[in-house]
Design a protein around this ligand. Structure first.
Ligand code: NAI
Length: 494
């Protein structure tokens, strides 16, 4: 018999242990234990006293060895040095794609279920980049900045994960949600890489939709979408909007997929108000567990459990947080036992989940990296300097700033071409109605752009030095062209 697949098991805090017990009871009854060994690890609120990561060295070692974590909700201590374990895990192990499945469930009443509109779609959210790098600075007394990084290899990873999942699940269309009409470079590359990866999957239809329109469409016609892939912040917001469409966070499973480590978790919290009372609803954790079973190839077991869950919900069994209020709710354990008694049954109100025609567990973890991997997408792209943006802390008016800067760069290879304030051009032209703050961008571009290819960085640094004698420069940003294309945006009104 093949070796069992090992999974690091972290039940979590609050209701975590209760709902994890329920999930494992069901898995055991469905025969999962024949293929999987669950290895308990220490992780959660109680560990923060000893380690600010909220997990021990042994836990880290076990996660790296197994490559799979099944976890319940975990509390983050308020104040102190402890950071959210959920966020730490995703970042530390590069779990770049957050996959969440939103489907109407029988017995879970929503606006859509009452209207007879079926909801069934996936949100794939990029999990590492965007503003979630948390790279923030206070630039001046009045201005704060958060750096939004989007990398081409990061986009490729999440888009490929989306199309691979769509292929595996037989999903016929994938959409990219974005705001590339405004953020032409960052969301622009997210969209460009989506199209490029989509071309590798001609059997799957693809389209794109601007994020604001997507939100409206999801509320008006959620049935029009099967899978949407989004940058981190937009994906975070759309995920919770989508959870609202299917009855709340308690019914939306979540997987964080990485190259080396994947994490499967319930997205609700530790519910301290009902912890230890045996009342919690284990559905989200069970459904996340089904994503995990499918991840390791236990397709038959996953389908059998999913069908039993659906059948149980159809029969009206419910915990206290949902379902028909006129019927008595059951506790966590009784809910799990009802599901176990329905193993082998299929749902009546919808198509049953299909297994994998006897496929058995497969999971091969890539070899442990010896050093941090460097990912590349545009390896042969050539760049050249075109100018410099200098960000200045000043309370002077635009005309005054421009006059002083023009004096500074009289002999430089650059000329001052634009001043902007909060992204809007205020010099050489602009509107007197534009309200300004104490932070200007001064754009300097080459007087003779034909010299760009031979120019190094030194003239830019020399310009910075000269300007810094007259102004407080709070940020230096070289302007570059890549394969002849502008690698910087224009100001509003430029
Ligand atoms: P929460 O999700 O724990 O609770 C909100 C409400 O939903 C409560 O009334 C709770 O009883 C109910 N609820 C949540 N899950 C339930 C379930 N499975 N069955 C029945 N009712 C359920 O959110 P809250 O109160 O904001 O956070 C409590 C703690 O959980 C905090 O320490 C927070 O940091 C942590 N948390 C952890 C998450 C994770 O590990 N993924 C996610 C969100 C919060």
């Amino acid at each position: 018999m093949a070796e069992k697949i090992r999974i690091a098991l972290a039940p979590g805090d609050g209701i975590g242990p209760e709902i994890m017990d329920a999930a494992l009871l069901i898995f055991r009854a469905a025969g999962v234990d024949a293929h999987v060994e669950f290895l308990p690890v220490e992780m959660g609120e109680s560990v923060f006293d000893r380690d600010t990561r909220g997990m021990t060295d042994e836990t880290v070692g076990m996660i790296e060895e197994t490559g799979i974590v099944y976890k319940g909700p975990m509390g983050t201590p308020k104040g102190g040095g402890g950071k959210s374990i959920n966020v730490s895990l995703r970042k530390m192990y590069g779990a770049f794609a957050n996959i969440r499945h939103f489907q109407s469930l029988p017995g879970v009443e929503t606006v859509y279920s009452r209207a007879g509109v079926p909801v069934n779609f996936y949100v794939i959210r990029e999990n590492i980049e965007d503003t979630y790098g948390g790279i923030e600075h206070r630039m001046t007394p009045d201005v704060f900045e958060c750096k939004r990084l989007i990398s081409a290899p990061g986009c490729d990873q999440v888009h490929r994960a989306a199309f691979e999942l769509a292929k595996r699940l037989g999903i016929g269309s994938v959409h990219c949600g974005h705001k590339a009409n405004i953020m032409k470079l960052t969301d622009g590359i997210f969209l460009e890489r989506f199209r490029s990866i989509a071309a590798e999957y001609p059997e799957i239809e693809h389209g794109d939709v601007i994020i604001d329109a997507l939100c409206m469409n999801l509320v008006l016609k959620p049935q029009n979408y099967r899978m949407v892939v989004l940058p981190n912040l937009q994906g975070d917001i759309v995920s919770d909007l989508a959870a609202g469409l299917v009855g709340g966070l308690g019914f939306a499973p979540s997987a964080n997929i990485g190259k080396h480590v994947s994490i499967f978790e319930a997205v609700h919290g530790t519910a301290p108000d009902i912890a230890g009372k045996g009342l919690a609803n284990p559905t989200s954790l069970i459904l996340s567990g089904l994503m995990m079973l499918r991840h390791i190839g236990l397709l038959d077991e996953a389908a059998s459990i999913e069908n039993a869950v659906l059948h149980t919900l159809e029969s009206g069994v419910h915990t206290g947080d949902f379902g028909d209020r006129s019927t008595e709710p059951v506790g966590t354990r009784a809910f799990a036992e009802a599901i176990i008694s329905n193993l082998g049954n299929k749902p009546q109100t919808r198509e049953a989940a299909r297994g994998g025609s006897g496929a058995s567990a497969v999971f091969s973890r890539p070899e442990r990296p010896r050093a941090n991997a460097l990912m590349r997408t545009f390896e042969t792209t050539r760049s050249s300097y075109a100018g410099v943006d200098l960000y200045l802390h000043t309370t002077l008016g635009a005309q005054e700033v421009a006059q002083r800067l023009q004096g500074v760069c009289e002999f430089a290879p650059f000329k001052l071409t634009m001043l902007s304030n909060r992204g809007t051009q205020v010099w050489p032209t602009g509107s007197v109605f534009t309200e300004c703050v104490d932070y200007y961008r001064a754009r300097f571009e080459l007087r003779d752009p034909t010299g760009a290819s031979s120019m190094g960085q030194s003239p830019c640094i020399e310009l910075l030095r000269r300007v810094s004698e007259k102004f407080e420069v709070v940020q230096y940003q070289p302007l570059k062209n890549y394969d002849g294309e502008r690698g910087y945006s224009l100001a509003q009104g430029q």
